[in-house]
Design a protein around this ligand. Structure first.
Ligand code: SF4
Ligand code: FES
Length: 347
């Protein structure tokens, strides 16, 4: 960290350290550029202001994988708006770096979730330029795109879809002074815009934080743990020692990659059928089942296949394969879906 920032609450930041090295520029001689983060923000209405839910008499009352409580979490009401932040960056900075910089120096109200910071925990999945991915592995250089204006609402609340009357043109200047000012060099290297929104398919809690509990509930219901009969190992003296769960390398290879799933929800966010999990238990839950079905030590294969042989299980998968494209752990989710569907059908 450099010199303390001279900041006004939620306003413009004039941070002298940025010209010589800020949080993520320190020690670098790379030329700075600027990027504008266009963030879809959401603040839920306080609980006390929400009308009591009477519910529809035709609503599905329960689902083995979601249920009324999951549905009730959906569609929270509150204030939605788009906010832009312009800040100096290097191309290799991650989008998470940018959000942390904004939160620490410009706007402490901006909400997002992260934990490990390097692609291991799966807590920071969002939609970047409409594509579900992790904030901590997405670099500014890869995701910045030429600026497009935010459609402005007219007097009647409709948004212009063309450029007529839109005075913002391709200007990326942040409204309301949400910018980290920097030197003239950085201003002359505009990398463009990065659009951020919460992970699709899940209810939004606040700003970029989606409620992934429906996905975790679905995974949990499919018993994501090994059910195996261990072999009692004996010591050289013939005494009973510990249970062993033996496996050959080629047996391990059948599910090892699947065990890398970090339940980030990126595949669910990309799946056009998932959308909240009422109609489809989702690819992450099926990957979890597949991991144990392919594990030679697991003794509950029939039970597991029964559990996904339902209308909202494998039958709901439409083989769109959008889930395959962006798995941060390199799992070919669509191919695994295909394999588990075939396994269920050939029983
Ligand atoms: S399969 Fe990949 S994209 Fe889907 S939840 Fe697991 S790690 Fe995330
Ligand atoms: S913060 Fe853990 S995966 Fe991104």
């Amino acid at each position: 960290m450099g010199a303390p920032a001279k900041a006004m609450p939620y306003g413009k930041l004039v941070d002298d350290s940025l010209t010589s090295g800020g949080i993520y520029m320190s020690g670098s001689s790379d030329a700075l550029a600027t990027v504008t983060l266009r963030v879809n923000r959401f603040t839920p209405r306080p609980e006390r202001d929400r009308p009591a839910r009477s519910g529809s008499p035709f609503a599905k009352k329960s689902s083995p994988f979601g249920g009324a409580s999951a549905s009730a979490r959906r569609r929270p009401r509150g204030k939605q708006w788009v906010q832009e932040y312009t800040l100096p960056v290097r191309r290799e900075d991650t989008v998470l770096d940018c959000l942390l910089k904004i939160k620490r120096t410009v706007d402490p109200t901006l909400a997002f979730r992260y934990s490990c910071g390097h692609g291991m925990c799966g807590s920071d999945a969002v939609a970047i330029n409409g594509t579900p991915t992790l904030l901590c592995t997405a670099t500014v250089g890869d995701w910045a795109k030429p600026a497009t204006p935010i459609p402005l609402a007219d007097d009647e609340g409709f948004r212009h879809t063309g450029d007529a009357g839109d005075k913002r043109s391709a200007d990326t200047t942040a409204p309301e002074g949400n910018s980290c000012e920097d030197n003239a060099d950085a201003q002359s290297h505009e990398l463009g815009i990065i659009e951020l929104a919460p992970l699709p398919g899940f209810p939004v809690q606040r700003d970029l934080i989606a409620d992934i509990d429906p996905m975790l509930d679905q995974i949990r219901k499919l018993k994501p743990y090994l059910q195996a009969d261990g072999v009692l190992a004996t010591t050289s003296e013939g005494k009973v020692d510990v249970f062993e769960y033996l496996q050959r390398p080629e047996q391990l290879a059948k599910y090892e990659l699947l065990s890398n799933c970090i339940a980030c929800g990126v595949c669910e966010g990309a799946c056009p059928v998932y959308a909240g999990g009422d109609a489809f238990i989702g690819p992450a839950a099926l990957i979890s089942t597949s991991r144990f079905v392919n594990d030679s030590r697991d003794t509950a294969t029939d039970e597991r296949l029964d559990a996904i042989d339902t209308a909202d299980g494998v039958a709901a998968c439409q083989s769109v394969r959008a889930c395959s494209r962006h798995c941060p752990r390199g799992i070919d989710v669509g191919e695994e879906m295909w394999q588990i569907v075939a396994r269920v059908r050939e029983r």
